[in-house]
Structures are given as C-alpha cells and as structure tokens.
Design a protein around this ligand. Structure first.
Ligand code: GLC
Ligand code: CA
Length: 569
C-alpha cells in the first residue's frame, strides 16, 4: 500500500472505530431440524430427548449455539413453521420440561439454545385466529381479534382482493365463507399472516419473547422477518415502511439489554438493508441471513426448480460483495445450507466423485470468511441430496404444492422429480445419518420421511473415527476460528476474481496474513499467483497434503483447498 492509501485508511479507521467484540463473532452455530435429528422414543419423529442425547456429539464438534427449527405446538402443516401455541412444545417433540432440561444440559457444555421465532404468521389453529375467524363482531368495538390478522373484502368480481401470491404457490388470499372476507397468507392457507400494525399483536409477541428469554435461551432466529412490515393493499411484502421501527421496538422491549444472538431471515436483504438490520448503532439484530449467493443461481422464470449452471465467478462476486459491504459495520452470517436448501455438497461440490474433498473445500472457504458460520445438521458428515423417484416419497408442502401446479401446467412428472431432487426442501430433511444401523440409527421405528439410502457409507459414527473425515475437518475449522483472531476480524480481500475455477482470498489483521486457496472443480488446476500472495507460513488447514509455501504457480488437485498463515515483520 502506498502512503496516500495508508493515510486514507487511518482516516477511515478514525471515523469508524473497530467493532465491539461480541461472543457470537467467534461462535459457530449448528442448526437442528428437530423432526429429522434424533428420535429417542421410536415413533419415527425426532424429539427433544433425542437432541439432548446428542449434546456430547455437538460438544465434540465444538459448536457454541444450537439453532432449533420450531419446536412449538403446531398442526405441522409446514413442519412447525405454523404455530398454534407459542408457549408450549409440540407433543411429538416432548414437553416444556424436556425443553428446560435441554437448555440446562446444553449450558453445562457451554452451548446455548437459539429458538426459531415465527411471528410473521401463526397456524390457522392458533386461538387468535380461531377468534379472529368469528368475524368483525357487532358488539361495541367489534371482535378484538379480528384485527390480529389481515382481512379484506373481495375484489369487485368476488375474487381475491389483489394479486399477492403465496410463496408456496397460488393466491395469498383465502376466502372465509362465514364472513365473506379474505385473509392474507403469504405461505400456506394454514399460515395466516399476523397484522403487525396492530399494537396488541406486537405486545403479545414481545411478552412471549420475554417468556422464552426468561427460560435462558441464547437468542432467536427470526423467520421471514423482512415481511412483518408488509402493506397488503399496496402489495408490499418485504421492507415495508415500518419494518425497522418494529425491529427497534422489539429490540428495546425484549432482548436489547441481554447478551443474546439474533439473526433475521431476510431473502430480500441487500448490503444496504443489512446495515440497517445489523449496523452497530441501529439496535435491531446481530446479523441477517442474506440469500444472494443462493438466488443468483435461480432461473428468472422457474426459480430454484431450474437452477442455472454453476458459475464460480458469479458466486465469488456475490460472496465478496457481502464481505466488503459489511467489513466495518454490520456482521455477516455464513452458510451454504439450511432446512430450505439443497445439501451443500450436492449443490456446490461433487457428491459422487469427490464428495469428501469437495465437502471439505466448501467448509474451508466458508469458515475462513468474516462472519458467523452456520452448519446445517448432516453437513458436517457430507450428507447428500436424496435420490427419490416418485412424488409419494416427498413430504414438504412446498414441493407437493409445486408438483401439482407444475404438472398441471404441463411439466412431466419425471422432470419435476429431477428438479425436486436437485432443489426441493426435503433434501435437507431426510433423517440425520448416525450409523450404519437400520434407518441410519435415527430411529428404531419407521421414520416420517425415508432415510437417504447412502447411510451405510455416510454416517456420523464412521466420520468420527476417521482422522481424515469431513467431520474432523469441520471440527478443526471451528477450533481455528477460536484460536486465530485474523479469522474472526481480519480484513477480507478477494484475488483473481475472474478465475473460473479457483477461489482465492486473503484475511489481514495487524501482522497476520491468511491466504485461502480453493479449487472448485474436479480437475487439476494450475494457478498463477500474484507476487503479494507468494509467501511462506504455517498451513492452518488443507484437504490434501499440507501447503506452507506459495510460489509463482500452484498446481491444485481436484477440489483442493488450503489456508496458509504468515506473520509479517
Ligand atoms: C421460512 C422458513 C421456511 C418456512 C417459511 C414459512 O422461510 O425457513 O421453512 O416454510 O419461512 O414460515
Ligand atoms: Ca420421537
């Protein structure tokens, strides 16, 4: 860097003091989809007792927080993202006592429990909706619950009030014959949207959040939180005018003075809005999940059901853009997968020819970036997408709805299944593969969704005993983040942006310089390195032989990835 850059840098640093250090900057989060994690009582459905029985497994992986997908009472139209009682546990998952026990046992191991907060909508079986449905009311003031949800008169032709669509297909409005009005549901018709403009709704939600915070949870993952400011009449769904007011109010009324982690699910986030959600002086959330690296690969018309061919240059440009945008304020979440996305190794790696190498490569690239990494259950053992052959094997409401719509529209059932096996949500929801025992050791009974048949060769038991396994690679990466501040706070810079096969970036903090190099292909790749990256140091991680010296040229093996740390001066 020349003088003028040094001077500019100093000015910027003065204007923007370094971030306050937070415990979740060095943490790694593990997401559990309770239905599919571990079934202790043999009814085929994962449960809280099952999760508690695996805490030592998670402890040895080194994670700090568990994000639990919803465990509340629910008719399970959308596997718990349709809540009928915010203050109780779904009986198939256990009881409140089981939950308290889980929190206590996790805490003993230094692990926090983060809950999924689903407050954009409830189940249609929630008592608020049952009351709301009774109509506008005639007595003075009307039915106080009517306005908990979003009801509108039909359009002049009797159809839905406007053109809003549900994410799961079809109109976002359903007619209630009793009152002759439509209610809004941006997801399934069994997930009516709450009316956040109603102060009483917000009060109820803050009370409920405080009730859970009082039970000692470590934070919230907030489901489609970018929707709560919706303006139904204007057909504004995300980033409504009061979205950030509500989040600041929520922060002030609930978790603001507690040292917890909050992460908002925001498919609409841009670098600009991410700074509103997570900027240091905003008093909103710790961070958001943005999905640009996911959606950049979606088809303009068919979305995820027909992904574009993999394009590393594009992927790198999106990931780097976010690294730069949140480098001095805000904070990134880092993830390849979750319960709504395909398996990472199937989507971004090579699940057949180079499963082990590519799964490790993906982990290396993600975990050494700036932000908080999230591991989705089974990712740490390289679980893959499913090879289902008929629609009967699918369980997900989105896949089943889309199947109906797409096949009605003329797509062949075979083509649909191909798309679903590539992109459907059930890929992430098949049971966790614990061992080579029947049903992958997930359950002694028949699981609610079929186990991926590859459980005999891909399972946690084998992974844990093999020093060179994907699991041990994750374990080491998680530990590295705790040992090296450069991984947590180092400045990010990408290199060779136009290289179609390799991802190269550096992280710099004080005298530490970390270079990360990854081959995203099944081919050998010869890489010419710029002079700045030619140095000798300590190899922190690699998925082949350790590399500690970088010259003018490196020959990368298929999916090879490594990181070298040098200390200058
Ligand atoms: C979020 C969840 C998804 C759910 C939807 C509706 O996107 O991640 O699983 O179906 O919200 O709650
Ligand atoms: Ca069970």
């Amino acid at each position: 860097m020349n003088d003028i850059h040094d001077q500019l840098d100093a000015v910027i640093r003065q204007a923007m003091p370094p971030l306050d250090r937070k415990w979740w900057h060095t943490a790694t989060i593990y997401q559990i989809y309770p239905r599919s994690f571990c079934d202790l009582n043999g009814d085929g459905i994962g449960d809280i007792a099952g999760i508690a029985s695996k805490l030592d497994y998670l402890k040895s992986l080194g994670i700090d927080v568990i994000w639990l997908s919803p465990i509340y009472k629910s008719p399970m139209d959308d596997n718990g993202y349709d809540i009928s009682d915010y203050r109780d546990i779904a009986p198939e998952f256990g009881t409140l006592a089981d939950f308290d026990h889980l929190v206590a046992e996790a805490r003993k191991r230094g692990i926090g429990i983060m809950l999924d907060l689903v407050v954009n909508h409830t189940s249609d079986e929630h008592p608020w909706f049952l009351e709301s449905r009774k109509g506008p009311g005639s007595e003075k003031g009307g039915n106080p619950f009517r306005d908990f949800y979003i009801w509108r008169k039909p359009a002049p032709d009797g159809g839905p009030p406007n053109g809003l669509r549900s994410s799961f297909g079809g109109p976002a409005w359903t007619l209630d014959p009793d009152s002759g009005e439509y209610y809004l549901h941006l997801f399934s018709r069994r997930q009516p949207d709450l009316n956040w403009e109603n102060e009483k709704v917000r009060e109820e939600i803050y009370d409920m959040m405080n009730w859970w915070l009082g039970r000692g949870i470590a934070g919230f993952r907030m489901d489609v939180i970018d929707y709560i400011g919706k303006q139904a009449d204007q057909e504004i769904v995300h980033d409504g005018p009061h979205l950030h007011d509500y989040l600041r109010e929520m922060n002030a009324r609930t978790f603001g003075n507690r040292n917890v982690l909050t992460v908002g699910e925001t498919w609409s986030a841009t670098p600009g809005s991410a700074l509103l959600y997570s900027g240091r002086d905003r008093h909103e959330l710790s961070m958001v999940f943005q999905f640009e690296h996911v959606t950049q690969a979606w088809d303009e018309t068919y979305g995820k059901w027909r992904p574009k061919p993999f394009d590393l240059v594009k992927l790198k440009s999106v990931l780097s853009k976010w690294q730069y945008a949140l480098s001095d304020d805000g904070w990134n979440s880092l993830f390849w997968g979750n319960h709504d996305l395909p398996r990472a190794v199937s989507r971004y790696g090579d699940a057949t020819g180079h499963r082990k190498e590519s799964a490790k490569m993906l982990a290396t690239v993600l975990h050494l970036m700036k932000g908080t990494p999230f591991v989705y259950q089974g990712e740490e053992i390289g679980m893959t997408n499913v090879p289902f052959t008929t629609i009967e094997q699918y369980r997900d409401i989105e896949t089943l709805n889309m199947h109906r719509l797409h096949v009605e529209a003329g797509l062949s059932p075979e083509e649909f299944i191909r798309g679903a096996n590539e992109s459907g949500r059930d890929n992430a929801r098949t049971p966790m593969q614990w061992s080579a025992a029947p049903y992958g050791g997930f359950s002694t009974g028949v699981p609610w969704i079929e186990v991926n048949p590859n459980y005999a060769t891909i399972n946690a038991e084998m992974e844990m005993t093999d020093e060179t396994s994907i699991w041990n690679h994750y374990r080491r990466l998680i530990a590295l983040r705790k040992a090296h501040p450069v991984i947590v706070y180092g400045e990010y810079q990408s290199w060779l942006d136009q290289h179609p096969d390799a991802f190269v970036y550096t992280r710099t903090l004080d005298r530490d310089r970390l270079v990360v190099v990854a081959n995203f292909t099944a081919r050998e790749v010869s890489l010419d390195l710029p002079g700045e990256l030619q140095f000798t140091g300590e190899c922190l991680t690699s998925n082949y032989e350790p590399v500690d010296a970088l010259g003018e040229n490196v020959a990368l093996k298929p999916y090879e990835a490594f990181a070298v740390l040098a200390r200058e001066g």
